[in-house]
Design a protein around this ligand. Structure first.
Ligand SMILES: [Zn+2]
Length: 344
């Protein structure tokens, strides 16, 4: 790699679709292997936020289902490979797995609670402990960083002591400036700092100089409204975008949010290698000015094009260094909080 001081953090949410789940082969195993190959070729380190509720459910049901038992073996082997290749495994929590059922037609998510804030504090704490233990057992390595499912950080204060006691001291759920209006799945990061990292205590959006946690936010990007019209069209036709690995589909957001997105000029979203968000990455690569860029994604939403465009971005944006969320978080612990700016 060349000598500039630009850092890339690449993170991936390792999960099935919430809706029509899709197959583990195409949503997890195949795209992750493609990304791991790219990581070897280009000396990248990746943080995989693993949906630990999915793992726990598979473990609970593996003895009664040969399909789930085989999937669990394959997924566990892949996660152990990820760790032995020097990548990071982080804790990702989607609590809907608590009430998800396995049927002859696959996973049934109907009637499940999406957000941790829909659970009591004690339920949330025991869920965090269970998911953390299952993930550590499966990977042979205890996770130290966390990403809230759907970026829903509103329950962080309820689980902060529990996370801290487990040794999870890094969060990576904030996308500075991003907002989703949805009673069930919403978040609002309009007021969060927009800097590469900061310390905080109980609210990831509120920087605190001596905070016991470190936030490593995902870089924001302005998506043009044409992106949302394209998404609407593909949802309407029900087609999986051409080239996408994953073969499932998500539940859509509510009508208010859809209208807000379609009528606005631009909207802040997470920088991502997911199809079709990756095309925005290609557009900003030449005039990219951030010294630290944190790009996320989901194996299920990747395509070979995503990986090609990521490599192109690394070259064009003159990235010289690749860090995991955890390794990058260590920088802020050894440095006083400086240059803190708030949006607005
Ligand atoms: Zn997720």
């Amino acid at each position: 790699m060349r000598s500039s001081d630009k850092v890339l953090i690449l993170s991936q949410d390792y999960e099935l679709f919430f809706g029509n789940s899709g197959s583990p082969e195409r949503c997890l195993l195949e795209p992750t292997n493609a990304l791991l190959e790219c990581a070897v070729k280009h000396s990248l380190k990746i943080t995989f936020y693993v949906d630990a509720g999915m793992l726990m459910k598979m473990r609970q049901l593996a003895s009664s289902s040969r399909t789930l038992s085989r999937t669990l073996d394959q997924v566990s082997a892949q996660l152990r490979n990820i760790v032995s290749a020097g990548h990071e495994i982080g804790l990702h929590i989607h609590p809907h797995w608590q009430e998800t059922r396995w049927t002859e037609n696959g996973w049934d998510f109907s009637g499940t609670r999406y957000k941790l804030s829909q659970f009591s504090d004690s339920e949330s704490e025991s869920l965090v402990k269970d998911y953390h233990r299952v993930l550590a057992d499966t990977c042979g390595h205890a996770p130290v960083s966390y990403r809230a499912g759907g970026f829903c950080t509103d329950s962080f204060s309820a689980i902060s002591d529990c996370l801290f006691d487990l040794g999870v001291t890094v969060d990576s759920s904030v996308v500075p400036g991003a907002k989703l209006v949805d009673r069930e799945k919403g978040f609002d990061f309009s007021d969060s700092p927009d800097i590469p990292n900061w310390r905080f205590d109980t609210d990831p959006e509120m920087a605190a100089a001596d905070g016991r946690f470190v936030e490593v936010p995902i870089s924001p990007v302005n998506l043009p409204v044409s992106y949302y019209w394209g998404r609407l069209l593909s949802r309407f036709t029900g087609r999986i975008p051409s080239g996408q690995f994953g073969d499932g589909s998500s539940k859509t957001f509510n009508r208010t949010e859809a209208v807000r997105r379609l009528l606005g000029l631009r909207r802040v979203a997470e920088m991502s290698i997911d199809l079709p968000k990756v095309y925005e990455l290609a557009r900003v690569s030449r005039n990219h000015t951030r010294s630290v860029v944190h790009i996320m994604g989901h194996p299920k939403l990747l395509a070979n094009q995503s990986i090609d465009l990521l490599v192109k971005f690394i070259r064009q944006a003159n990235i010289s260094e690749s860090q995991t969320v955890e390794s990058f978080s260590r920088r802020v612990r050894t440095r006083p909080l400086a240059g803190q700016t708030r949006r607005r």
